[in-house]
Write a new protein. Sequence first.
Length: 205
Amino acid sequence: MEIQVKKCIQIRPGKVWLNGKAALTSTGKGDARDFLTRVYQWLEADYRKFFKMDLLSKLGWLASEWLMEESDPEQPKEDAGIVFFNSFSSLDSDSRFQETIQRREAYFPSPAGFVYTLPNIVTGEVAIRHRIRGETAFYVLPRPDYRWMAAILSDTMASAGLHCLLAGWLEAYDELLDARLMLCRDGGDGLCPLNARNMEHLFIN
């Protein structure tokens, strides 16, 4: 059965696109974290744990909220999964944790920072929020490789018996924000079939 991209979202500093169309533009002052807080407020979300998350998890959580807006977050989703990719892994959180241990005279490891020093923590945050109980994975690549990514996503859905997949490129480091996520389902109508060519054309470069 052909896998269809049902929805897609792209988030860059100051801007959000849904299905290729501008949905939110922010001209407010501040850094990447301030922008994500404004996006959270614009969504009128009510999830206090959001403010404890690292930058990567906040970005993935917000993008997933848009993609899953028609789904009941309290309904367990046994046939849904999550597969994300990036190139910086959890470097933003790694760097912030390193700052808490690098000076002997001010050595104080931060448990709040340490918990986010793995990139796949964001898949856990999203899975908990939407009760996604299928396969989850996070791959680190040198750069977006849509051919390889499409192959991995198709294989994951087939081998894990999934009918729904949150997937795509998710990068957050310092002031860099780059979310290119999709909601994919097997069969039915959608924006386009899941393949490398379509993935490349879904997002604003």
